[in-house]
Design a binder for this molecule. Sequence first.
Ligand code: F6R
Length: 611
Amino acid sequence: MCGIVGYIGGGQALPVLLDGMTKLEYRGYDSAGVAVVADGSLQVERRAGQMHNLLEALETRPMPGGLGIGHTRWATHGPPTDGNAHPHVDCSGRIAVVHNGIIENHDVLRARLEGEGHEFRSDTDTEVVAHLIESILREGEVDLRTAMLRTVNLLEGAFALVCISVDQPGSIVVARQEPPIIVGAAEGIGLVGSDIPALLDHTRDIVPLDNHQIAEVSPGSVRVWDFEGNEVEFETVHVEWDLAAAERGGYEDFMLKEIFEQPEAVRNTMRGRLDPAGCIVLDEVHWDKETLAAITKVVIVACGTSFHAGMAAKHAIEHWTRIPVELDLASEFRYRDPVLDATSLVIGIAQSGETADTLAALRFAKEMGAHVAAVTNVVGSSITRDADAVLFTHAGPEISVASTKTFLAQLTALNLFALYLAQERGAMTQAKMAETIEAMRALPEQIEDVLMLQDDVHRAAKRYAHVTDALFIGRGVGMAVAMEGALKLKEISYIHAEGYAAGELKHGAIALIEDGTPVIGILTGHRLYDKMLANVQEVRARGAQTVLVAPRGDERARSLANELFEVPLTKPLLTPILDTIPMQLFAYYVAKERGLSPDRPRNLAKSVTVE
Ligand code: F6R
């Protein structure tokens, strides 16, 4: 989720780049950098941290020139340092590249290029692209576009790439495989951006590149080719959005945008980690098989939504690995004198990587001699310093205070981790592993399918927006979804909501139900399905209005529901990744109906850095 800007034209590139990058800072803010071609040389300035660090550095370093690229980084490979900031250059310092995405085979390519004498200066996956282009250009007789074409055919993974060269100052070359990138041209200028806000001041006519396309942008002109090298027709789209709407991708709120980014977030979390041969590859986990075989218990610590991801992960880890799992709120764990030793594996989950209680819990676990792993969305965050292994979720920046896409990404990462543990400990048959991996691969499309419920959920939310209380019930992993659904509703709509184990209802909470009380039931398709149906019947008998999430096509659920959200079938342990989505949309639309701002709920902060 990095921000990219490119400019070519008769004016000065730098102010256009910096203005565009500032407008894209919401996409990533670990570091920022620019490269400008002027008078036969390439000038590069890069700084870790937010844009103001780069702006300060440029105060004393003017960079005149009419061709340039800029980048704000959301780190994926390598910590957010000056050296890892984009643009990256080749050995000769004449080619500069910026990138959004993940190049999965970067290590193989890097080894090959180093063997050929290329010198690398960063830890990033991106730098291989600059050296690949350099080495193809060195062979002679090709232009920058052809070098890019040959390069992209060597890359695996996801990339939006933008490249400039001192030796071809008449154009910018762009390539896309998955992450979006747009180009445009107006009189005398050519533009590139990872998102519309970067271009809006200069043109409202944009060309969104399709997957597997390369573009050459020159002043006043755009040309597009496919990855086979055939020139193709393209469509220009006229954008009417104002800047604020453009930042939200045309969605009314960041929360809704982020809910709709979930197919991509989950795809990115899995990227490069599901080997076609049917195994899980986690490059970040360096414990050997003996260490993993010696683990006698897993302890998961987290807060809030991350805790709910841990609730679901407990089921997955225990079922797939047969290692017992304890689950604790970080704020409780750190003060309860837990029993840990060198055979314990403690997993801390924090999307921000900065939650004070979770950090303290992991530090404590380390002092006790436990192995410590972290699951986070933020490269370079504090949690990465305290953990022996860090699993990044790669969901991209989340702006809305309420977590949505980072939750689905956490669930995905934790499932991968659980499967990895099972694989390394020999706890799962190859057939079951292959079947589960196949089910995981299907998730992004299934998420897209669930998102089609948007209008149904909106209609339902209108009917319940006036209520004062709501109960969310589930069993097994469905309980984690119920807890998360209740938290989403309380935090953005301010309706009192409780997530409850459905089997616990009759031990007290059922007394809350009166005529019209909404009860949201998660009827995950697993062996507890019949028991959930019985619980739904119990609450209906006491006057509850039932809103049910159930596997598609189940007539029994239909007959018991006032509102029914049907989701596609998946493996029981993967159901939270689908079942949570209607809950997020429900909370979002209830908040909207109540006239509240979902992105900025009262009293809450995105990152809780104090106890
Ligand atoms: C709810 C939410 C919070 C966070 C909690 C922990 O939508 O976002 O409950 O989940 O503050 O944050 P992290 O994951 O950063 O530790």
